[in-house]
Design a protein around this ligand. Sequence first.
Ligand code: SF4
Ligand code: SF4
Length: 170
Amino acid sequence: MIKITKMNKDDFEKLKKNAQNSKKLNKDFFKKLRKKKYKNLDETVHELHEDFFSEFSCLDCANCCKTLGPRLLQKDIERLAVHLKMKESKFIEQYLRIDEDNDYVFKSMPCPFLDAENYCIVYASRPKACKEFPHTNQKRFYQLLNETLLNTEICPAVYEITEKLRDIYK
Ligand code: SF4
Ligand code: SF4
C-alpha cells in the first residue's frame, strides 16, 4: 500500500516501483477481465474510485500534470486559445508540439498550466483528456485496460484501485 497523503518525490518513486512489481500480476489479471467481461465491473471500479477520492485530493499529487501530459484535440486548442485570449496559431506556437503519433501535446512537462500549488490555471477549459483521466469513473472499463496498466505507475488512484480489483475478482 502506498501512503495516502501529500505525495512527494519518494512516494512517486515508490509508487512506480510497486506498480512495476505488480505489472506481471496485473497483466494476467487484465487478460482474465477481458475474457470474463464481468457485468458488475464498471460498478465496482466506480465504487473504488469514489472511495479513493473521498480520502485523497489530486491537489496532493498532480503527477499526471507533471509527467504524462494530455493529447490536445482541435476543440481543446480552440477552447484554450479563447480562455487565454490568444490567437489559435499563437497558442500552438507557444505551447504545443506534434508528437510521434502526430498528435498535439504540450512542448514540455510539467504542464505549463500547472501552478506551484498544483492547481490547473485553465481548469474550466482543460483538455478532454485531462477531464477523463484517470478513467476509473468512465464506462466500459474493460476497454481501458491497456492505459490502466500504464497508469498504475503514474497515478496512485489507478494503482490502488487495480490492487483492490485483483483482490475482489481473484
Ligand atoms: S488523477 Fe491520479 S495522477 Fe492525477 S493528480 Fe489525481 S491522483 Fe494524481
Ligand atoms: S491542462 Fe490542467 S489538468 Fe491538464 S495537464 Fe495541464 S494542469 Fe493538468
